[in-house]
Design a binder for this molecule. Structure first.
Ligand SMILES: Nc1ncnc2c1ncn2[C@@H]1O[C@H](COP(=O)(O)OP(=O)(O)OP(=O)(O)O)[C@@H](O)[C@H]1O
Ligand SMILES: [Mg+2]
Length: 425
C-alpha cells in the first residue's frame, strides 16, 4: 500500500521584540494542518529601540539566548527562522494592476480560463509599483479581484475572462532596517526564511475568520511600538505602527516618581490601572518604591500611579484612533477593538478603550496550540505564535535532525559573542 502521509515539518518563529525575544519551535502536521509547540524560549531584548535594531551584536546575543532556551526542549536543531518586523518605517499603500489573460492551448476560441499563474502575474505587476529607492515590499495582500467588467470576485481561479484586475495592499519597509534585522539573525548562523509584519503575525494568532469578516482593529501594544491592523470583509484594510507603547509608560512612571526603570516596571505590572475610574480612591493600595539612589523609600498609592498611566495610555489610544480613522470609520468595525501584546495585560484597558474609541473591546489571546501541556499563552506571545502560522507557508528547510549537538554549537556561539561584547563594555 502506498503511504500518502506527509512528513511533519519543524518550523521556528522568532519574534524580535523591543523588550523581549521569543523563539517558538513547532512541529507542523500538513495532513491535518495542526501544530504542536515543541520548544519555547524567551530572553530580554537588548539592541533594539522602538522595534528597530540599533545594535546588531546585542540583538544577536539576545536572539541566541532565546533560541538556546527553545532548543533545550527539543532534539531538532533549527537552521532557519521566520522573523517579525515592525517600526515606524513601515508603510502600507493601495495598488492595482490589470493583466491580459493568455489563451492556453491552440484550439481555444472563447475567453481563456484564469489559473494560479495569472494571479501570480497580476500580483507581480502590483508589486512592481515604485515604492522608493530606499524601500522594499514585504507583503502584497490581495484585496479584490475583477474579471473583465464583472463586480468584485473572491476567487477568480477557473473563471473565464480576458482581463484580470487585482487590488492589493502593499506593505513596505526601509531596506536598511530590514538588512540590519536580517544580519542580526544571520550572525547566529541561521537563515531567515521569511519576514512578516508583526501586526499581521499577531492577527494570525489572535483573530478568527469571523472577526476579520465583521471588521476589527487589532492593536498590539508592545514595549517599543503599538502595531495596528484593521480588517474588514476578511481583508487587511490598513496596517501601521505607532512608536509609543509599554516602555514609555514605564519611563513616565520612573521620571515622575524618580525611581529606576526596574522599579517602575514592577509597580506598573503589579498595581497600575489604565482607567482611574476603576482604581477606586477608597480601595487604593499603598505602594513603596525604592528611590533612584536605591537608599530611600518613596510612598504612593495605586490611584496616583494610575493617574500617570492613564494619561499616557489615552495618548497611545488617541494616536491609534486618529491613524485608523484616516482609512476607515471605527463605528463600522462591528467586531470592535482587540488588544494584544504584553501591553494588553495592563488592567483597565477595556475601560480606557470605551472612553477613547467608544466601541466594544476585548483582550486577544493567541489561539491554543498543542504541546506545552496545553498551557494558555498570554498576549505577549501573539506575534511569535502567529509567526509559526506564517512559517508553515515557507517551503525552505528549517531543520536538521540531530541529537542535541546543536546546543553545544549554540553555547560556543554565545561564548564567542559574550567575549566580543565584554571587550567593548
Ligand atoms: N501586567 C502588565 N501590565 C502592564 N503592562 C505589561 C504587563 N505585562 C507586560 N506589560 C508590558 O508589555 C510590554 C512588552 O510587551 P511585548 O512583550 O508584547 O513587547 P515586545 O514585543 O518586546 O515589543 P515591540 O513589539 O514593541 O517590539 C512592556 O512594556 C511591559 O511593561
Ligand atoms: Mg512585539
Amino acid at each position: 500500500m502506498v503511504n500518502t502521509m506527509s512528513e511533519n515539518r519543524i518550523i521556528c518563529g522568532l519574534d524580535i521584540g523591543t523588550t523581549k525575544i521569543c523563539a517558538i519551535i513547532g512541529e507542523y502536521n500538513p495532513d491535518n494542518n495542526s501544530y504542536k509547540i515543541i520548544g519555547i524560549g524567551k530572553s530580554p531584548s537588548h539592541g533594539l529601540r522602538k522595534g528597530i535594531v540599533i545594535d546588531i551584536e546585542k540583538t544577536t546575543k539576545s536572539i541566541l539566548e532565546a533560541l538556546r532556551k527553545a532548543q533545550k526542549h527539543t532534539e531538532h536543531t533549527i537552521t532557519g527562522v521566520t522573523i517579525g518586523i515592525t517600526g515606524n518605517h513601515i508603510r502600507s499603500l493601495n495598488s492595482n494592476s490589470t493583466i491580459t489573460i493568455s489563451h492556453k492551448g491552440d484550439d481555444v476560441i472563447h475567453d481563456a480560463e484564469i489559473d494560479e499563474s495569472d494571479i501570480e502575474r497580476a500580483l507581480d505587476a502590483v508589486k512592481s509599483i515604485h515604492v522608493g529607492v530606499d524601500r522594499e515590499v514585504i507583503h502584497t495582500l490581495p484585496q479584490k479581484y475583477f474579471v473583465d467588467n464583472q463586480k468584485e470576485i473572491d476567487n477568480p481561479v477557473g473563471m473565464s475572462g480576458n482581463k484580470l484586475t487585482i487590488n492589493a495592499l502593499i506593505i513596505t519597509a526601509t531596506i536598511n532596517n530590514v538588512k540590519n534585522l536580517v544580519r542580526s539573525v544571520q550572525a547566529t548562523g541561521l537563515n531567515v526564511n521569511g519576514i512578516v509584519l508583526e501586526s499581521l503575525s499577531s492577527a494570525e494568532a489572535v483573530l478568527t475568520k469571523d472577526q476579520k469578516e465583521l471588521g476589527v482593529a487589532l492593536i498590539d501594544i508592545g514595549g517599543g511600538t503599538t502595531d495596528i491592523t484593521v480588517y474588514q470583509d476578511g481583508d487587511v484594510k490598513y496596517a501601521g505602527v505607532i512608536e509609543y507603547a509599554g516602555s514609555i509608560i514605564t519611563r513616565d512612571i520612573a521620571s515622575l516618581i524618580q525611581t529606576s526603570f526596574i522599579e517602575a516596571e514592577r509597580i506598573k505590572t503589579k498595581y497600575a490601572c489604565a482607567s482611574t475610574s476603576l482604581s477606586n480612591k477608597n480601595e487604593k493600595v499603598d505602594i513603596t518604591v525604592k528611590s533612584l539612589n536605591g537608599k530611600d523609600e518613596i510612598k504612593l498609592n495605586s490611584h496616583q500611579l494610575s493617574l500617570y498611566v492613564e494619561a499616557r495610555i489615552e495618548e497611545i489610544l488617541t494616536l491609534s484612533k486618529t491613524e485608523i480613522e484616516k482609512y476607515i470609520d471605527i463605528k463600522k468595525l462591528s467586531g470592535g477593538v482587540i488588544f494584544t501584546g504584553g501591553g494588553a495585560l495592563l488592567k483597565g484597558l477595556n475601560e480606557a478603550n470605551k472612553k477613547i474609541f467608544g466601541v466594544q473591546s476585548q483582550i486577544g489571546y493567541p489561539n491554543r496550540l498543542l504541546g506545552l501541556e496545553n498551557k494558555d499563552l498570554n498576549p505577549e506571545y501573539s506575534t511569535a505564535i502567529g509567526l509559526l502560522h506564517w512559517a508553515k507557508k515557507d517551503k525552505r528547510n528549517q531543520v536538521i535532525r540531530s541529537l542535541k549537538a546543536g546546543i553545544t554549537i549554540w553555547d560556543k556561539i554565545i561564548d564567542f559573542f559574550t567575549n566580543i561584547i565584554q571587550q567593548f563594555f
